[in-house]
Write a protein that binds this ligand. Structure first.
Ligand SMILES: [Zn+2]
Length: 375
């Protein structure tokens, strides 16, 4: 059986929408994309969004207990157009982290609803205490190879797809080499490292920055810090949170225009996302969600309550070109994570597809050709 959808389809090859139809077979593989130039459509067809940094949503947190939470998180993410995601942890005791890694590995093949769980992003516990953000200080761990091996195992196979690492920590170069040998990509972040410390970490194999600008050494003209490194070093992917609070919209606009081909949009979303305003927890600390942001009692931002479709709408409103937005929601993260069969729409790709109305609200989400969300 072939599924056919008609609408304005985003083609990465031309960086624009074309009116046309897209078809996929019963195996969920795209078999045709054809222009229908004489017809006009309301709905917009985009590649499914890929989220490498999300902690939770709708009351659930990756760090909690209970295997059914991964089904709920997956379903709720799909309602926002996400088709693949990395379950993202926080700094916590090693037994807690290893339990979560194991649970995600068990849950992933069983969870056929919603977005696909493609691995884990360990955000901590190897971070700079001076740039902890909302991470619990008391669980920050000593950075050494023994601790890395304890946490993810000598024979790790890359299920932990990404780790955030503070490049001013001891043994940074050895740790990055150890991780990359095991298929774990490294984001620099949660760190007040110098520009030089960051550059050495990139030479050692780090390939990204965790939430660019937030919880990292700022740009100064004589000490450019990790922010300066993000601007200047083209080997780096840069995560960006575009809720309008984490980074000022004018700065987001500038970043998208000068280095959009290296931006990976993330939400850093936590349990309060899609919930009423109130008090929730992150990393064991109380977090108050109000006025579009989640904060600790001292005002520190604690993740966000942004969603990927809201990120898209914000960027459209701020005047960012659609091609740049779609690429940073789907194409760039797919390339970054080595997901070669999704992230853009082409014949032979997985049918990971989001259908939106003309106001960029999600109507339907397909994962590998199967409908996993309908408004
Ligand atoms: Zn985070």
């Amino acid at each position: 059986m072939v599924t056919i959808l008609r609408g304005n389809i985003f083609l990465d090859s031309i960086g624009a929408l074309i009116s046309g139809q897209i078809a996929w077979d019963s195996l969920g593989q795209i078999v045709a994309i054809e222009p229908l130039p004489q017809q006009s459509f309301e709905q917009i067809i985009l590649p499914g969004f890929i989220e490498e940094h999300v902690h939770g949503i709708a009351g659930d947190d990756v760090m909690n207990q209970g295997p059914e939470r991964f089904s709920r998180i997956a379903k709720q993410l799909a309602a926002h157009g996400v088709t693949s995601y990395l379950a993202t942890t926080l700094t916590a005791p090693f037994p807690h982290l290893t339990r979560v890694i194991q649970e995600t590995r068990t849950a992933a093949p069983l969870t056929r609803v919603g977005a696909r769980l493609v691995g884990v992003h360990l955000e901590g516990p190897f971070i700079d205490r001076r740039a902890k953000g909302a991470q619990p200080l008391e669980e920050v761990a000593e950075s050494n190879l023994g601790n890395l091996a304890l946490l993810i195992g000598e024979n790790h196979d890359g299920w932990v797809q990404l780790m955030t690492w503070a490049p001013n920590l001891a043994h940074t170069r050895k740790a990055i080499a150890w991780l990359t040998q095991r298929g774990v990509r490294v984001n620099l972040g949660h760190s007040l490292a110098t520009y030089e410390e960051g550059r050495l970490a990139v030479d050692a194999g780090a390939t990204g920055l965790t939430h660019f600008f937030n919880a990292m050494s700022p740009f100064q003209h004589r000490e450019p810090g990790l922010v300066g490194l993000g601007f200047m070093d083209h080997r780096l992917w840069c995560e960006l949170i575009v809720d309008g609070t984490h980074v000022r919209p004018e700065v987001v606009h500038y970043v998208m225009s000068v280095m959009g081909e290296r931006v990976i949009l993330v939400t850093d979303g936590m349990a309060a996302t899609d919930m009423d305003e109130g008090v929730y927890t992150l990393g064991g600390h109380a977090v108050t969600a109000t006025q579009g942001a989640a904060r600790l009692a001292d005002g520190t931002l604690a993740g966000s309550i942004l969603t990927m479709d809201q990120a898209l709408r914000n960027l459209v409103r701020w005047g960012v070109p659609l091609a740049s937005i779609v690429r940073s929601l789907a194409t760039n993260p797919a390339r970054r994570l080595g997901l070669t069969d999704c992230g853009s729409l082409f014949v032979g790709a997985r049918a990971d597809v989001v259908v939106m109305d003309s106001g960029f609200h999600v109507i339907k989400t397909y994962r590998h050709g199967r409908l996993v969300y309908e408004r």
